[in-house]
Design a protein around this ligand. Sequence first.
Ligand code: SF4
Ligand code: SF4
Length: 698
Amino acid sequence: MNPLLTAFLLVVSFGLLSWSLARRFLPLIVMQPDVRWESPGSRLKDVVKYGLGQFRFLQRFEWFHGVAHILIFWGALVVTINTIHVIGRGFVPDWHLPGFGHGQLGPAYAFAKDLFTMAVMAGCGLAIYNRAFNRPKRMFNNPEAFIILLWIFSMMLMDWLYTASLFLLVPDHPERVTSFLGVAGQQVLASFGLTGADTATARLHLVGFWGHLLLAFAFLNYLPYCKQFHEITALPSIFLRSRKPDGALARQEFEDEDALFGVGKIEEFSWKRGLDMYSCAECGRCQANCPAHHTGKPLSPMALIMKERDHLKEKTPLMWRASVAKLRHRPEQAQALLAQWDGDSLAGGVIDEEAIWSCTTCGHCVANCPMMIEHVDNIVDLRRYLVQVESRFPRELTQFFKGCENLSNPWGLASNTRGDWLADLWVPTPEDNPGFEYLFYVGCAGSFDDRYKKVSRSLIRLMQQANVNFACLGNDEMCCGETARRAGNEYLAQHLINFNLEMFDSIGVRKIVTACPHCFNTFKNEYPQFGKAFSVIHHTELIRDLARKGALQAKRPFGGGSPVVYHDSCYLGRYNALYEVPRDVARFAPGITLVEAERRKQVGFCCGAGGGRMWMEEKTGKRINTERLEQLLATGAKTIATACPYCMIMLDDAMKEKGLEDELRIMDLSQLLLDCTADGTKSGNPIHHLRNHNATEN
Ligand code: SF4
Ligand code: SF4
């Protein structure tokens, strides 16, 4: 076409793009190191599944929006090859990539390109329609979103014009055989009386060619300055995503000389967090089911990432220079440059403290973000800074931390009363039964909360019925450290974790069963970070297995009010994929009718207690437990089944607040099963039984 002009556009465009990319990526160098190259095979699989496969776009509530994105994404991948061809044709007529010649992939590609051009145009049309007339609450409209969609649509139109006019100019062009869209375009132009000999046709061809090129180059240069930057960063972000278990927070190191106690400045995040900030597509999927956002708290996981990104951009001039100093091995100079920042601080400034403390760590945002952004770790890092560096946290947490620190329970009750509830249950301690198979780790709620003590007792009776070889620690049990960790007190959490690990080691613990998903998650997914892994099961898994083996027999139909709705615990379901096990336990009860809430499983709605929220006052917006109770009541259920102390306590509180005690029952699944399996007689002396059992084994 015009090699000189094409070369000029190419150099200017890629020169400017390189400058913009350097502006975006160079500041990441001064952020914290984070090595993420292990398991490259699994990482590639993630790229295929979540990046190319767009796995997280087809959600139950929103497949229509997901389809629009998938059409645009896949279409753009295929059509980009054509843009490369168009650039090449600026230098050499009819140029194509190797292998895309007329006797090779050319005709097939011409067909695919037309198909995907239509897909992109349809996707853009759908997305514009969705945004204008069918916009989900999670999404916010701004002119940028419409501009981007129209821009992409226009690029497709220009390419169509280019091909259609080409076919008029060269009627025997080989791509005509398969390029159905090009041929259709040619016919449209011909219907206006245009022929290959007309100057107007040649001009239209030039408009198509340069229009496509200019729009494409300009779009490329716009990317680093808009939300569409994720087109460049998404795949690397997904490839480098965290490989730690979903339910585990990152371990904070105390030993390192340069250890940071949380994140108080943007550069104290790892560089990967910076990359994630650039990758946010502002889609709002993270906040669609965020209990804090949904009930009017000042936290939106999307807004959190966007504010951090804006702050990173604002601080870019200083971080850029500090990165250069770091690259030149001048760390003091880098620090001095960063210290010049006199704008807002991050924790408590850019990100409002109430927002930081509003998170229940339910994990919905992380589990549903198509870019695999790690919001929970992000928020906990901010909490760690506020707690460990600034000593700034909600007043109610003072009691909580003191209780855990001095008495190893958040209620601050005497630790030598922890095992009182066991007194009449004939339960062996590890000393009584050194050959125990399971340590039943009761947890703080199961030991101190009157409602959940009943659950602990039910589980013990079920285990006794099924002759499970177990032991309980009684007064020797300590808090597992889970909530202190999520409330940002990593120092206290690690103290408790290390203490427990030493004790478990000394009594030979191999398997742990617990009725608390929070203890379960932390033992299973976080304790291995401290050097020791156990086989950990949740009580619903144990009950399901005992029932399947016939060790628990249903003796009568479920006597509670049916239908029953099961409320998914975030720490059991979202973090540990235990969705069906609790439902299987419920189904084991004869005569039960199980109904499902609209928000369930992966998109289940939190009870509001996680992340230390159970210990904090809920001053803003609607109460989360009330909202969840209403969602569950909408199913018409007469019984709510739970499998978590926090969920039970929160829903029970909401039920009482609504005065529904006479109409509704809230039961743990162990209580529900005991209702059907108990024969009314007390089981035999378990200590006696277990000692015999061990003697036989030996
Ligand atoms: S973890 Fe839950 S409460 Fe916290 S930001 Fe994410 S969705 Fe909201
Ligand atoms: S954080 Fe993830 S889910 Fe939330 S708006 Fe950004 S890309 Fe979407």
